[in-house]
Design a protein around this ligand. Structure first.
Ligand code: PLP
Length: 435
């Protein structure tokens, strides 16, 4: 459905955009002369919008079960907090080196070498304010206006706006539930031409909750290796949260891809540190040109991350193993639980989540029906709005994720098992009342 919102009865996504320029941009521009086209064209993140809306409703005393939030419901492990507090108390409150302290960069390089099999050194690493900003900087560093950036869809909501902010042109590679939302090597090959500069790969995927197997990564690598102009931005932020029997394979660990890949990761999801804003990129080779370019850009934008958080990076990567493993095990149990419950919803299907903390069911069986509250459901947005209004359950409508996302909603299982049981039961009862 291209990009426009079909309906938003709750005003949930007011000011948000699901693809393309804002419908009323022309009007806006003549009246709001001090806003740039760039600012007017950028949507607010719909996932953050729903999280904010749920907080608002809960604060107002509403009984809401939230499946919207893309962040762990755990506290940050104490050993990590202690490291930051100690740095703060010991006076590490001045500007830090732009790409990060040598110790923090080395800790990341060591993690990537030993856990991911990526050949790199500390100088191949830059630390930024969250993985989101790291993806943004990577795109700014390598994309010229008019360059095509391949985007397998459904895809995380922020990729398209970030590609467009870099002047790039998005070319979608659509995949659906039949292939667990994964593109094939043949699809990738068919999408590449001389205009293509980069591809963003996100595995495990937000919003799909599925991941590429090592064999699939190698098949994609073979195509990419034959097209060395195409840089890979591999967003591996959920790489430790996998529930598959298969091991995780990083694209940059395939030897031929080592210098063609910018690996992006961060501490937000694995270590329950979303508010800390710590992300990083690794780009070996080419005399460190990519990292140097990202460092120049960052030096003119944010300077560095917060200086007294640098010491929390080695602490997280080296001392929080038990906590990470326990959080992962909890997510794995929830993945099973929610998949079992969602697939009992009448007419609804979805692949088993194998990574991240999302499940992405196809709810298009509800289109054309009317809810108990009298809302005609014609889109995922209608579904999410009516569900929140009538059943007090928050899910993220799939339009913003592009591709077949228009037929889906995203549920995050970063919430308690009780909430999963109660929320899924409420959805089921609400579905039973559709006519
Ligand atoms: C795929 C993906 N990449 C990056 C991020 C951003 O992570 P950070 O909190 O480190 O900016 C998110 C957060 O939702 C995400 O889902």
């Amino acid at each position: 459905m291209g990009g426009e919102c079909t309906a938003d009865p709750l005003g949930l996504f007011h000011g948000c955009w699901t693809g393309g320029i804002l419908p009323d941009m022309e009007t806006e521009m003549t009246h709001a002369m001090n806003l740039s086209k760039r600012a007017l064209g950028v949507p607010a993140s719909p996932t953050l919008a729903i999280t904010a809306r749920v907080k608002e409703l809960k604060a107002a005393g509403e009984d809401i079960i939230g499946f919207g939030a893309g962040e762990p419901d755990f506290g940050t492990p104490e050993v990590i907090c202690d490291a930051a507090v100690e740095s703060l108390r010991s006076g590490q409150t001045r500007y830090a080196p732009t790409p990060g302290t040598p110790e923090a960069r080395e800790a990341i390089a060591d993690k990537l070498r030993t856990e991911n099999g990526i050949e790199c050194t500390a100088s191949d690493i830059i630390i930024n304010n969250g993985a989101k900003f790291t993806v943004y900087l990577a795109l700014q560093a390598i994309v010229n206006p008019g360059d095509v950036v391949l985007l397998p869809t459904p895809a995380w909501v922020s990729y398209k706006p970030m590609i467009e902010l870099a002047g790039g042109v998005v070319r979608e590679i659509p995949a659906g539930p039949d292939s667990d939302f994964k593109m094939t090597a043949d699809q990738l090959e068919a999408a590449i031409d001389d205009d293509v500069r980069a591809i963003i790969l996100n595995s495990p995927s937000n919003p799909c909750g599925t991941m590429y197997s090592p064999e699939e990564v190698r098949a994609l690598a073979k195509v990419l290796e034959a097209n060395p102009r195409v840089a890979v931005i591999a967003d591996e932020i959920y790489e430790r949260l996998v529930y598959s029997d298969e091991p995780y394979l990083s694209m940059a660990s395939v030897p031929a891809m080592a210098e063609q890949t910018i690996t992006i990761n961060g501490l937000s999801k694995t270590f329950a540190m979303t508010g800390w804003r710590i992300g990083y990129a690794c780009a070996p080779g080419k005399n460190g040109e990519v990292i140097k370019a990202m460092t120049r850009l960052q030096s003119q934008m944010t300077s560095s991350i917060t200086s007294f958080l640098m010491s929390s990076i080695p602490a997280a990567l080296q001392k929080a193993t038990a906590e990470v493993s326990s959080m992962r095990d909890t997510f794995a149990k929830r993945a099973e639980l929610i998949h079992g419950l969602v697939t009992q919803w009448p007419g609804v299907s979805c692949p088993r989540p194998t990574g991240a903390f999302y499940i992405f069911p196809d709810i298009s069986c509800c289109f054309g029906k009317t809810s108990g509250g009298g809302v005609r459901i014609q889109s995922a947005m209608d579904f999410a709005s009516a569900l929140l209004d009538e059943a007090g359950v928050a899910v993220v409508p799939g339009e913003g994720f592009l591709g077949c996302g228009v037929n889906h909603v995203r549920l995050s299982f970063a919430c308690s098992e009780d909430d999963i049981h109660a929320g899924c039961q409420r959805v089921r009862e609400w579905l039973d009342r559709l006519t």
